[in-house]
Write a protein that binds this ligand. Structure first.
Ligand code: FES
Length: 154
């Protein structure tokens, strides 16, 4: 992990002002911000660990808990809700054996419900690693999980 963090920090010329983008890159690489990574960022960027923590806990986009390789965000805004989102939530929770906001033990999936994603006409909408999937149904969810499962194990 040390070399990975060092390379990221060096990409930003070890400039303290780039703490946020450094943490973004670390999270992209590791899917979350483990304590060891924060210590290394603090060391290489010469920023105190308390400052690193402050930033890492301030932004909702950062996670100090392990996240899945596939991060699934299902919209439960009104337009999506009335088109069957509660059934899809139930289905995903039962299929992956996790609750809203949790990550599977094998670190393949993190599932969470979110507020309106701004694509109501396509509802129900699910975003998987920044890719939008519209008009979701239980059947489409199954198909998607199957595809991700294959990709993830490839
Ligand atoms: S309510 Fe789901 S995208 Fe707007």
């Amino acid at each position: 992990m040390e070399n990975t963090i060092k390379a990221i920090v060096e990409k930003y010329d070890s400039n303290k002002g780039f703490l946020v983008p450094v943490l973004q890159d670390v999270q992209k690489e590791l899917n979350y911000l483990p304590r060891e990574a924060l210590d290394l960022v603090s060391k290489f960027l010469k920023v105190s660990i308390s400052q690193v923590f402050e930033v890492a806990t301030f932004y909702k986009a950062f996670s100090l808990e392990p996240r899945g390789k596939y991060q699934m965000a299902l919209c439960q805004g009104t337009a999506c809700h009335v088109r069957g989102v509660p059934l899809i939530v139930d289905h995903i929770e039962r299929t992956l054996e996790i609750k809203d906001g949790e990550t599977t033990e094998d670190l393949m999936y993190t599932f969470e419900t979110v507020n309106c994603l701004g694509a109501c006409a396509l509802g129900p909408v699910m975003v998987v690693n920044e890719e939008y999937h519209g008009k979701m149904t239980i059947a489409k969810t199954d198909k998607l999980l199957k595809k991700l499962g294959k990709e993830g194990n490839a």
